[in-house]
Write a protein that binds this ligand. Structure first.
Ligand code: SAM
Length: 245
């Protein structure tokens, strides 16, 4: 949790005392080091992100069915706007695998997870389409594809279907996929086309709801579509063949 007492980090008294003792430049270096500390960074991320991480995010993910003990995979997690609330829901008996090809984002996510005291997040640095992912088939309860399945990253239907088939493969029988479709108007595909792709990869829709979501760093309203696997597959108990942290 961010500290309420600003004085202990940015406090002028402490900084002035340090400056008197070690000179002005040393004090500036010290201040930079303090700024790097998680509490300060965390307090500086905007208030929408805070509201989200503290309350709204958990409510939204619970509302679409993420539960304690679940194994969740967050494809395209970035810095974990959805990974963090998911990890807080699934608790110690569950886990969240956070996958992204941006190493810096994963590092940021790890730092945030540490700040929240979360030990149930595993990060995987990989390109979904290029690399075989170290995830066991039929081992996940929930997959999140939030703000990922659009024309910026997956302009071709064949790419989207390849990703969706991978997702299908790692879900347990009856496992669920939640999609937050974005940017359809600007980058495509249309919502209709996206639904066709998702169905083609073996999913059937079980719910759709309009929710308060975090898009980039802003709270917005958007649709979340939840699907179940249609094809049957054998289930496995361990989500990962091997872990990358
Ligand atoms: C717009 S961000 C969405 C982040 C997060 N899901 C959210 O809603 O806040 C999309 C993320 O997907 C990742 N991504 C896109 N294509 C990918 C690929 N082929 N392999 C791995 N990560 C990918 C990007 O690096 C980026 O971090």
């Amino acid at each position: 949790m961010p500290r309420k007492d600003n004085r202990s980090i940015t406090g002028c008294g402490e900084r002035r005392r340090h400056a008197r003792r070690h000179g002005h430049m040393a004090a500036i270096d010290w201040f930079r080091v303090m700024l790097d500390r998680h509490e300060v960074k965390d307090r500086m991320i905007n208030s929408d992100v805070h509201t989200w991480c503290a309350t709204t995010g958990r409510r939204v993910l619970r509302g679409i069915g993420v539960s304690e003990g679940d194994a969740v995979a967050d494809f395209g997690c970035r810095e974990g706007r959805y990974t963090i609330p998911a990890a807080r829901i699934v608790g110690r008996t569950g886990c969240v695998y956070a996958i992204d090809r941006q190493r810096e984002s994963l590092n940021e996510l790890k730092e945030r997870a540490r700040g929240y005291g979360l030990t149930n997040i595993r990060t995987i640095w990989a390109d979904f389409l290029r690399k075989a992912l170290p995830l066991r088939p039929a081992s996940f309860d929930f997959v999140l594809l939030f703000d990922v399945l659009h024309g910026v990253f997956f302009p071709e239907a064949a790419q989207r279907i390849a990703l969706l088939e991978r997702v299908h493969e790692i879900l347990k029988p009856g496992g669920r996929l939640a999609v937050y479709p974005t940017h359809a108007a600007k980058y495509g595909p249309s919502h209709k086309q996206l639904e066709i792709d998702i169905h083609q990869a073996g999913f059937r829709e079980i719910s759709r709801s309009r929710r308060r979501l975090l898009h980039d760093d802003r709270l917005v309203r958007g649709w979340v579509l939840v699907y179940k696997t249609r094809r049957l597959q054998r289930s496995s108990t361990e989500p990962a063949a091997h872990e990358t942290r």
